[in-house]
Design a protein around this ligand. Structure first.
Ligand code: SF4
Length: 438
């Protein structure tokens, strides 16, 4: 289907079965039974890939950052290219080496054929960590994190209309209590004011904005075009996410078959634009953008050990900070942090844990049943149910308790407070938890 076969890197299961077209790992949206949230009748194909790779001892191969499709090749087969490459290496040498008992020789010759094909010159993906190629922090968020401060970021919901008055009011409301404000990119696949525009409004209000870009609505051309200009608007923090499927958005449903570039590929591409000053096609640029790159992660979307592979890959591709999906179980978080620690990446990425104050039982139930990768334990659900009219206070208390039990964990550098449209609660939570920025 794709004309750029990656089967050896994906435990011999074709990732093109993923409805989102993910080529570098799962999207974080699998259901608790590991089924695909877009099509619940089948298993998440990436979960199957991870499990088979584990069985075959090929898990570490999943770390290689794989390129986006070359649409010129889609619909063609890869074998012609493989045969051509074997001829280049020498057919006799190829056969002799791959039958050899010398493992190193075997893998070198194998790679000289297959890696050349799957990693074209314009991509050159690998499995290594690439430290950021600059010295001075580019944003207030990066400066504080580097200083070792425990930071709070929050989200202000972009408006559903063309007026920025309420947006500006909400920005002013949370500004004294946080280091940075995220603006989502049409979350739940529902169109809202562009994240870039919201970031510009925040910058005008002297706030450090975090620009979220969803792969769902992004092409490689559009991404590069936007990024060239964002510094001019005061945007330096960029969070690359997959984005909710059109399936969860309003009807008529948008195409689910068009993912030009996934979030890991976005990180790889933007890191190279910043550090190597090159476009995807290899052209050099004179003034590369300055970027503090982030990624979303969903600690409980799959087994922590499997989730950590994807997170490791994001760090290798260029993620400097993580903002996690909502966490309601502080103890369970340890399992995921331990896996990141085992992979030796806790000192390479700043982690901000997603916390949401629950305003009502209805919100709690909605998050638990409808939002992929979010799970609320029974005790929280029943506390919210029992609270009745006092639900906002109970939800605030739960958030404060969670922050208290999370803030001293090894590897946690801050909180990402997702107020879910309840911006007024930010002041109370930040002050009561003793996290006011200095
Ligand atoms: S859960 Fe996500 S990654 Fe897995 S198959 Fe579905 S869309 Fe693809």
């Amino acid at each position: 289907m794709c004309g750029n076969c990656l089967l050896q890197e994906t435990a011999f299961i074709c990732p093109m079965e993923c409805p989102k077209g993910m080529r570098n790992g799962p999207c974080g949206g699998a259901t608790p039974s590991k089924n695909c949230y877009v099509d619940e009748t089948r298993k998440c194909i990436w979960y199957c890939i991870y499990k088979r790779a584990e069985k075959l001892g090929r898990q570490e191969m999943l770390l290689e950052v794989l390129p986006p499709l070359d649409w010129d090749k889609v619909g063609t087969e890869t074998w012609g290219e493989v045969l051509g490459q074997i001829r280049k290496v020498g057919t006799a040498k190829f056969i002799k080496d791959i039958l050899s008992k010398d493992k190193e020789k075997k893998s070198k010759t194998w790679d000289s054929v297959f890696k050349t094909i799957r990693q074209p010159d314009w991509w050159l993906g690998d499995s290594d960590y690439h430290a950021p190629g600059y010295q001075e922090p580019v944003s207030e968020l990066e400066r504080r994190l580097r200083n070792g401060e425990f930071v709070v970021a929050t989200e202000v919901t972009p408006p559903l209309n063309a007026n920025t008055e309420k947006l500006a009011k909400n920005i002013e409301l949370v500004k004294p209590y946080v280091t940075a404000i995220n603006f989502t990119d049409s979350s739940s696949a529902r169109p809202r004011m562009s994240s870039i525009v919201c970031c510009k409004v925040a910058h005008d209000h002297i706030v450090d904005p975090v620009l979220q870009i969803a792969a769902r609505d992004t092409t490689r051309i559009g991404l590069q075009a936007d990024i060239i200009g964002v510094n001019e608007l005061g945007i330096f923090n960029v969070l690359c996410i997959t984005g909710d499927s059109g399936k969860v958005g309003p009807s008529p449903m948008s195409s689910m078959n068009l993912l030009d570039i996934d979030s890991i590929q976005m990180l790889w591409l933007l890191r190279r634009m910043r550090d190597e000053g090159i476009y995807l096609d290899g052209r050099k640029m004179k003034n590369p953008p300055k970027l503090f790159l982030g990624a979303a992660t969903s600690p409980f979307a799959s087994d922590p050990a499997l989730q950590a592979i994807r997170d490791h890959k994001k760090v290798n591709a260029g993620a400097q900070f993580f903002q996690t999906n909502l966490v309601f179980e502080a103890d369970r978080l340890d399992l995921w942090l331990e896996q990141l620690d085992k992979r030796n990446i806790l000192d390479k990425v700043y982690i901000l844990i997603g916390i949401a104050p629950l305003k009502s039982y209805k919100v709690a139930e909605y998050l638990h049943t409808k939002v992929p990768g979010v799970n609320l334990p029974d005790n929280i659900l029943s506390r919210m149910k029992k609270a009745g009219e006092d639900a906002p206070e109970e939800g605030t208390q739960i958030a404060l308790e969670l922050i208290e039990s999370i803030k001293n964990k090894k590897g946690v550098n801050g909180i990402h407070l997702m107020s879910l449209g309840w911006e007024a609660v930010v002041r109370r939570i930040v002050t009561d938890s003793g996290l006011l920025p200095k």
